[in-house]
Design a protein around this ligand. Structure first.
Ligand SMILES: CC(C)(COP(=O)(O)OP(=O)(O)OC[C@H]1O[C@@H](n2cnc3c(N)ncnc32)[C@H](O)[C@@H]1OP(=O)(O)O)[C@@H](O)C(=O)NCCC(=O)NCCS
Length: 200
């Protein structure tokens, strides 16, 4: 019952193309796991467990090609204003068909619907994100909570991912975000947040 899970034919795609995007379901977890961990084995992505994916499956959008899950991507919120586009992966046999583009567009629509002012990503393919208006940024400008993933990354001490960000609001004015600093011994220094006591 594809209707029930909100499958959307891609606007502008030929009706026969067999390409669609929808929010992920729990039943998609094995397919998503296969996509992500296939690339993780090549050092291109951070490996995920089945438990982690099940826990976060509502972050995910999947692209279907001829009815099968052929791509995925997730929007993970960091506070009320920004979110991370992550776990973007398209099956090696289904690349260059526009699936990645459709996933990014769906995740950006979702971000806009939630009122986010920006989305960001850590990536080895900044040129790909640049096609969609993402600009390289200093990773230390990104929310502190992002760094929790870094702690379990095998490349913690030699990270070569590039941080990119896209403003969604159009005003070009970025609200301040909390920063974090990763020092050479792997320690993460989080920003000090002043405590505001309620009156009385
Ligand atoms: C990067 C990735 C998601 C792209 O997905 P895709 O479905 O093949 O990309 P699309 O078909 O949407 O490509 C859209 C456009 O970007 C171009 N493009 C594709 N991969 C590109 C890359 N690595 N760098 C620059 N441009 C790229 C395509 O040629 C296409 O151009 P066109 O619109 O002029 O035809 C896919 O190659 C992938 O899964 N890579 C391995 C995992 C990975 O690196 N994920 C990113 C983690 S943040």
């Amino acid at each position: 019952m594809t209707q029930a899970v909100g499958v959307e034919e891609i606007a502008g795609a030929p009706a026969t193309s067999g390409v669609a995007v929808r929010k992920a379901l729990l039943a998609d977890v094995p397919a998503i796991l296969g996509l992500i961990n296939g690339f993780a084995a090549q050092g291109m992505m951070l490996a995920r467990t089945e438990f982690e994916l099940a826990e976060n499956v509502r972050d995910f959008t999947v692209a279907l090609h001829d009815g099968a899950v052929a791509g995925c991507g997730a929007l993970h919120f960091y506070g009320a204003g920004t979110g991370e586009i992550r776990s973007l992966a398209v099956h090696p046999g289904r690349q260059r068909l526009g699936l990645g583009r459709h996933i990014i567009e769906a995740l950006e629509s979702e971000a806009r619907a939630h009122g986010l002012h920006s989305v960001f990503a850590f990536t080895y393919v900044p040129d790909y994100f640049a096609r969609f208006g993402y600009l390289e940024v200093d990773r230390q400008l990104l929310p502190a909570k992002v760094w929790k993933d870094c702690l379990r990354c095998p490349k913690l001490q030699c990270c070569d991912e590039i941080a990119v960000r896209k403003l969604l609001t159009g005003e070009g004015v970025e609200p301040p975000v909390s920063g974090a600093e990763l020092v050479s011994n792997g320690t993460i220094i989080l920003p000090v947040v002043p405590l505001v006591r309620p009156p009385g």
